[in-house]
Design a protein around this ligand. Structure first.
Ligand SMILES: *Cc1c(COP(=O)(O)O)cnc(C)c1O
Length: 471
């Protein structure tokens, strides 16, 4: 392809995308392909000679969409959303054509300065005080890893990166038993080890039990271990488990522990002041992550990582070989020093387009609708004698079980609910996933897709009840 053909093919791609987005609700939500179906259509070796864009685009159209799960489908009720608002898509297109590497201020001053401003916009939008600064990471997993590395270095008096961990006592990190697997993985990668992530049981509100947290910290101190920090969960993935941020932060302060709040999904909802009770006390935390690429529509990858003391993060993550030094530019920010990766994309552009094109009020309306609609469906299902709600809605997430009176054995009910999820997803009109809640197979219902309407909830109710009763 020649550069002179760029406009033609770019327009072709735009037309295809427009048509795709306009007709997306005609696709089954979850891909209906079997493993290997797509690979079988792709040659095992690359071509030696160039192929035409006509052929490449034709293959794209034929092969790729049928093998996709459609995350922008209005009846995507699985996992958490991964919304891409059209305004964010346009910004991505522009960022892709500049294709800048935004590691240092001087490699892309606009990207760095817009990122600083967008972090402020997001911080203020969710009601965090201006004592927080921040950075746009790729994912919440990375933000959490950076937070755990900061806990580690701070506790080791900044010697861990240099000396390695073998000469030090065991560092301990605490989290509720309902936190996300990215916390476990961060412990692995930070070299602290799974066994040093102390999982604290939760109470009947699914929140970490502070009394047991305190006992665990005291026991570790008595054993000569070094408590390093606490990861606090706000809106867990399985059913929305949420810790009491204030109480946990107060214990952390007492023992001088670093706190990181994982609000990857629920954090976006904090643009609506009425939901902020869910993270009451957040101003006490040291580090907070939320994903605008989930509910807000910023498109993968865009994770807002707020920190109260950027110097600790930079002291943990910055490395400056000669070729990365930027002399004579004191006071500037080089965002590669705030993260794992050196090279980074221009992520702030899509946040800027997004927040301006919808306004906070536009985004608030969307989130409030999702919460209301999810509550409506929970009430509707609770009214059916053969369904039970296992956990009530937390924001727009609840879990339920199909519990027809003919089946009373718990294992059989588990199996029935697994079959129901598979049957629903094979049907294709909606997409749901299952989870394990206190040992029971439950079905998660989460609504959060950018374009969904109230009528999609009616369809969800119909599909769930119809398919269950045919099993
Ligand atoms: C989605 C999610 C994560 C992981 O987010 P990534 O950005 O995919 O790494 C972590 N914690 C919670 C609570 C989540 O919902």
């Amino acid at each position: 392809m020649k550069k002179t053909d760029f406009e033609q093919w770019s327009q072709e791609a735009t037309s295809w995308s427009t048509n795709y987005l306009n007709t997306i609700d005609q696709y089954p939500v979850r891909a209906q392909t079997q493993p290997g179906d797509i690979a079988a259509q792709i040659p095992v070796s690359p071509p030696e000679d160039p192929e035409s864009m006509e052929e490449i685009m034709a293959d794209f159209k034929n092969i790729i969409p049928p093998g996709m799960t459609h995350w922008q489908h209005p009846r995507f009720f699985a996992y958490f959303p991964s919304n891409a608002a059209p305004a964010a898509m346009i910004a991505e297109q522009l960022a892709t054509s500049m294709a800048a590497q935004c590691m240092l201020w001087q490699t892309s001053p606009s990207a760095t300065e817009l990122e600083q401003r967008m972090v402020q916009w997001l911080r203020d939008s969710v009601g965090l005080p201006d004592s927080f600064d921040g950075v746009l990471q790729d994912t919440a997993s990375t933000a959490t890893l950076c937070a755990i590395l900061t806990m580690r270095e701070r506790t080791l008096n900044w010697q861990g990166n240099q000396q390695g961990l073998s000469g030090f006592p065991r560092l301990r990190v605490y989290a509720s038993s309902r936190t996300h697997s990215s916390i476990d993985k961060a412990m692995w990668i930070a070299g602290l080890g799974q066994d040093n992530l102390v999982k604290i049981p939760t109470d009947d509100e699914f929140a970490l039990d502070e009394k047991q947290l305190r006992q665990a910290i005291e026991a570790d101190l008595a054993a000569g271990h070094k408590p390093a920090g606490i990861v606090i969960c706000v809106g867990g993935t399985s059913m929305g488990a949420t810790d009491r941020v204030r109480q946990v932060c107060e214990i952390a302060q007492e023992f001088q522990l670093f706190t990181h709040v994982d609000a990857a999904w629920a954090g976006s909802a904090m643009i609506c002041p009425e939901y902020r009770t869910l993270w009451e006390g957040i101003e006490l935390a040291d580090s907070v992550v939320l994903n605008p690429h989930k509910w807000l529509g910023a498109s993968m990858e865009c994770s807002a990582h707020f920190v109260k003391d950027p110097a600790s993060l930079v002291r943990t993550m910055a490395i400056q070989p000669e070729y990365l030094k930027t002399y004579g530019q004191d006071g500037i920010v080089n965002f590669s020093e705030w993260s794992v990766q050196l090279g980074r994309r221009f992520r702030a552009l899509k946040v800027w387009f997004l927040l301006r094109a919808y306004g906070l009020n536009g985004l608030r309306t969307m989130i409030r609708n999702h919460v209301d609609w999810s509550e409506q469906l929970a009430v509707q299902l609770a009214g059916e004698s053969d369904f039970s709600i296992t956990t009530q809605p937390i924001l727009s997430l609840f879990t339920f079980r199909y519990t027809p009176s003919q089946v009373s054995n718990a294992d059989e009910l588990d199996e029935l609910n697994r079959q129901l999820v598979t049957a629903i997803n094979d049907d294709g009109r909606i997409y749901l996933t299952q989870s394990l809640h206190d040992g029971l197979v439950v079905i998660r219902f989460m609504c959060g897709q950018f374009d969904m309407q109230a009528s999609d909830i009616d369809i969800a109710f119909e599909v769930i009840t119809e398919i269950a009763r045919k099993l």
